[in-house]
Design a protein around this ligand. Structure first.
Ligand SMILES: [Zn+2]
Length: 265
């Protein structure tokens, strides 16, 4: 068993995966279903596709929240179908897929997980072909779902999925539960304002890219922590404090601070 469905609204499901504590999504309409993110390799994508097929026989659409491998390398299992993403996503994926594959294949080999390493090593991720620029509405039949880019944050091309009739937002890695947000490719200075846009959608439930579904209060608290990180980053950039001091004051571990600092943004 690679995952389990959690109902977060009427016909709105989150799927929790042990691997990387990832969370994917499924929104059901009368005529179509929308899959939110596709897992990290062809084998994992096939597992998710089979799990979706166990829930619904409807034609599926896919939305990729961003170009990190764990969210989009499994897309091939769903093709042919439209694959939505921000316009910067396919270019980023094309430019970084080989490096992501090399880095994470090494990670799995080091852990002795040769099955996942091999699956990842042989996965060529399909590129999204339907741009969300700056937003798109997907008609699932009796239900319209909004895809939008609320601003830069976890990456420069994050897309969130708003299901207004269920008051659910799938946030991708703009929100993380159970671990600190990943700053590796972040635009930290803009991330808090991006979460303001997400919160203005007035969700009852926010589904993070990793971890359990959360409420708006959780997102507000994470936004405050990210605002602290952004302020520390600005202070370092302006030369008011050094990176080591900022790392000690950061609500997140030094390692994550160092990643944000390395990006210089
Ligand atoms: Zn990510």
């Amino acid at each position: 068993m690679d995952g389990r469905w959690v109902e977060v609204g009427d016909g709105v499901l989150a799927r929790r995966h042990a691997e990387l504590d990832l969370t994917t999504g499924l929104v059901l309409g009368d005529e179509r279903a929308l899959v939110v993110d596709t897992r990290g390799d062809a084998r994992q994508g096939a597992e998710l596709a089979a799990a979706v097929r166990a829930v619904t026989a409807l034609p599926v659409l896919v939305v990729v929240t961003h170009a990190h491998f764990d969210h989009c390398f499994g897309t091939g299992a769903f093709l042919p179908c439209p694959v939505f993403a921000h316009p910067r996503c396919p270019a980023t994926l094309a430019a970084t897929a080989a490096a992501q594959r090399a880095e994470w294949t090494g990670y799995y080999r080091d852990r002795g997980d040769d099955v996942t390493a091999q699956a990842l090593a042989t996965t060529e991720p399909p590129l999204p072909d339907h741009p969300v620029d700056p937003d798109a509405t997907v008609d699932l039949g009796s239900r319209a779902v909004a895809l939008l880019h609320p601003g830069r944050g976890h990456t420069d091309h994050d897309v969130v999925v708003h299901v207004p009739d269920a008051a659910v937002v799938f946030a991708g890695d703009l929100v993380e539960q159970g671990a600190p947000p990943d700053l590796t490719d972040a635009v930290v200075g803009e991330w808090p304002a991006t979460l303001d846009v997400l919160l203005a959608l007035h969700p009852a439930v926010v589904v993070p890219g990793h971890g359990d579904p959360v409420d708006p209060a959780f997102v507000t608290a994470q936004r405050a922590e990210l605002a602290e990180v952004a302020a520390l980053h600005a202070a370092v950039t302006a030369g008011r404090i050094d990176a080591a001091t900022a790392g000690r004051r950061s609500p997140y571990p030094d390692l994550l601070w160092a990643a944000a600092d390395r990006n210089g943004r």
